[in-house]
Design a protein around this ligand. Structure first.
Ligand SMILES: [Fe+2]
Ligand SMILES: [Fe+2]
Length: 297
């Protein structure tokens, strides 16, 4: 049930999702495959396990990214704290991954184990975000990166509360509002981590951010604005087929963009300071967005 190299079996309720359609093994040392319940699967324990497994790894990576952006000369204490969170969530991930889905009657206890570590990490992100904003902390982590990762942790907290109450479904309005904002911010992160010589890609990333800001309210007006301002940028298929779901189309397009970007970063075809693990992280979040959107239909 873990990454490549493991011979443990994947639960039959799950799909293994790689970077290419149909691929279930990682194509590089930086890729992590995503394991999610099959599209028609609504078993609560399957959702609780897959989301806890996904989130524990994502949160461990947030801690890793903080540590990478906190040189000991600038933020030794904060870096050590980040590494402790990486260990906490890394161990949680290992435990969840190897144990497999809980029994239906244990879902409440299972999701409850996420609550406290997530709460502590939210506090850390809030505290350091504030310190970075005021200049009390001079790490290389932007204030928006602290806020962004805090919002993700807060949403995971709400998700595990829902699952603990027996609710595994996704509500489209919530999925669109949350993830379009996350995709907007990812695009702006990418724009600002690219080599300043990558003119075209920087512009493309910023255009993509605009589109997701307009799509946030999931209205016809938002779609029209997104199209009018950035025709063809990320929603090419929309212009030829106006009946297609604009948000779905944009989600698929940004997933394709990030998949290509991580490959180009790994191969050195894009000049940037984007760590390949960060590039794969935002790709997996785009995949999760698209997957939730399909379930919320
Ligand atoms: Fe994240
Ligand atoms: Fe993110």
């Amino acid at each position: 049930m873990s990454q490549a190299g493991s011979n443990r079996s994947i639960p039959t309720t799950m799909d293994v999702l790689g970077r290419s359609p149909g691929a279930s093994a990682p194509e590089s040392g930086y890729e992590k495959v995503v394991i999610l319940p099959k599209m028609r699967e609504d078993d609560l324990a399957a959702h609780a396990w897959a989301d806890a497994r996904f989130a524990a790894d994502i949160l461990a990576e947030h801690a890793l990214f903080f540590a990478l952006l906190m040189p000991p000369e600038l933020a030794a204490k904060e870096r050590a704290e980040a590494l402790r969170f990486q260990t906490t969530f890394g161990q949680l991930y290992e435990r969840i991954d190897s144990a497999g889905p809980p029994a239906r009657s244990d879902v409440k206890t299972f999701t409850a184990q996420m609550t406290e570590p997530i709460k502590e990490f939210i506090d850390y992100k809030a505290r350091l975000g504030e310190a970075q904003t005021t200049g009390a902390l001079r790490s290389l982590v932007w204030p928006l990166f602290f806020d962004h990762t805090r919002h993700e942790a807060e949403r995971w907290g709400r998700r595990f509360d829902d699952l603990g109450r027996g609710e595994s479904g996704f509500e489209r309005k919530e999925v669109v509002a949350f993830w379009t904002n996350i995709m907007d911010e990812h695009s702006r992160f990418v724009a600002h981590l690219l080599d300043p010589d990558e003119f075209e890609l920087i512009e493309k990333a910023l255009s993509t951010a605009h589109v997701f800001r307009h799509l946030a309210d999931d209205s016809v007006g938002g779609t029209v604005k997104a199209l009018a301002q950035e025709p063809g940028t990320v929603i090419d298929s929309l212009t030829s087929n106006p009946d297609i779901d604009a948000v779905m189309s944009a989600a698929q397009t940004i997933l394709d963009f990030k998949t290509q970007a991580v490959r180009d970063i790994e191969a050195g075809r894009i000049k940037s300071i984007i760590e390949p693990r960060l590039a794969d992280h935002v790709r997996r979040e785009a995949l999760k967005f698209l997957n939730e959107l399909k379930r919320a239909e």
